[in-house]
Design a binder for this molecule. Sequence first.
Ligand SMILES: NC(=O)c1ccc[n+]([C@@H]2O[C@H](COP(=O)([O-])OP(=O)(O)OC[C@H]3O[C@@H](n4cnc5c(N)ncnc54)[C@H](OP(=O)(O)O)[C@@H]3O)[C@@H](O)[C@H]2O)c1
Length: 240
Amino acid sequence: MGDLEDASVVITGASRGLGRALALALARRGARTVLVARDEAGINETVRRLGGEGKEPVALVGSIANLDDVRRIRDTVLAIAAPTALINNASQFAAGSLAQMSPEVVAAVLETGVVGSTLMAQAFLPALRAAGTGLLLNIGARVASPAYPLDVSGTSLPYQTGKRYLTLLSAALRQEAPDVAVATLYLPPIGSAVDLDDPPEALARAYPGQTVLPLAAVAEAVGNRLAGVGMRWEEWVLSS
Ligand SMILES: NC(=O)c1ccc[n+]([C@@H]2O[C@H](COP(=O)([O-])OP(=O)(O)OC[C@H]3O[C@@H](n4cnc5c(N)ncnc54)[C@H](OP(=O)(O)O)[C@@H]3O)[C@@H](O)[C@H]2O)c1
């Protein structure tokens, strides 16, 4: 019996990286996971790796930046299970100056980061309020936290805009829905280029000379927050 048996968690960006790690960690603790992303093969691989852990996952292919998809995702989830948490994890990364970047990339990064995160929050806020103990977690980035002055050199304006916007989104949602716990996780670099099944030394090989956080550690911390145990949130949230 896991400590998240009562949790039903919508995870965006669950086709790889941290989203997949979150799905695995939360399902192992008994949660029902709702997996959202555009890449069907990636979602299917996440379902395969769940291997029957937790309650049966709900796999939904779609873009959080597409209103029709968001409505379909919301309606499907509400028909199956009352969600207790939404993790706005989906994101598109792009580095470089506006001069180097195609307008298509600029639009896609902004649409996912700003529009998509907002549409998902809007779609699920009523259900999270109804849950009584609902949690909405926005996955931000330390380099785009209020504690860091704007520096687009290692990232880009569209990426920074999406990530910095999450601080605003969280603050506004706290005002609008004080009965929902809203948090922003300002993550340092994480080891999403390393497969979850790889041995620990793979991290150091993939990121020589860099300090990156293993995905499993982030996923465990999020699981602890959801379960209300081991509230070592401050280590991650530089400011919320
Ligand atoms: N990697 C780092 O070092 C780092 C550092 C700080 C913060 N973060 C943040 O941590 C989170 C996870 O990072 P990661 O490295 O695991 O990211 P990742 O490997 O790039 O995965 C991003 C996920 O978002 C999904 N996605 C992108 N656009 C989408 C859309 N419009 N609709 C639905 N899903 C969409 C992708 O799936 P599809 O392509 O299948 O849609 C994918 O599953 C992100 O929010 C990232 O900004 C990462």
